[in-house]
Design a protein. Structure first.
Length: 148
């Protein structure tokens, strides 16, 4: 019996050692596969980040081009505005209006015999309004209407 136990015991240790080796080998294979997976995902992550940064730079460039175009358009509109202001000043001037009236419309300044002077006596109109009842009534009505 001793022989059997003695011969049986070493075989069992060999089987245990084989199992331990198999577990160690399988753990190494798992570690290698995780390492390979990690090594493969890093370039894809870096590529994704690079593409994201590149797209943001492209967006910035597009916005800068739009800004440059708007600034150019603003300068052109300012030039047009200044030209319109200069034209308006020329049209509003009294000399231009007088020249257009004489040349285009055939108007002339009135002569002395065409001028009629009217004299109005302001004092008599005010006195009549104060004296009459109608004048006082019209003042009251004008005062009330001015309130609204």
């Amino acid at each position: 019996m001793l022989a059997r136990e003695f011969s049986y015991y070493p075989e069992e240790t060999l089987e245990v050692k084989k199992k331990v080796r198999k577990k160690a080998i399988s753990k190494k294979k798992q570690n290698n596969s995780l390492l390979k997976l990690f090594v493969l995902t890093i370039p894809f992550v870096i590529l994704g980040i690079s593409l994201l940064i590149l797209s943001r730079y492209a967006n910035i460039t597009t916005i800068r081009q739009e800004l440059t175009e708007l600034e150019r358009e603003k300068v052109e509109l300012e030039k047009v505005r200044m030209n319109l202001i200069a034209d308006l000043e020329g049209i509003k001037s009294s000399a231009k209006i007088e020249e257009d009236a004489i040349t285009k419309l055939g108007m002339n300044y009135p002569t002395e015999d065409q001028v009629v002077y009217i004299s109005v006596n302001y004092n008599t109109i005010e006195n009549e309004e104060k004296i009459t009842l109608g004048g006082r009534f019209s003042k009251i009505l004008s005062f009330v209407s001015n309130l609204f």
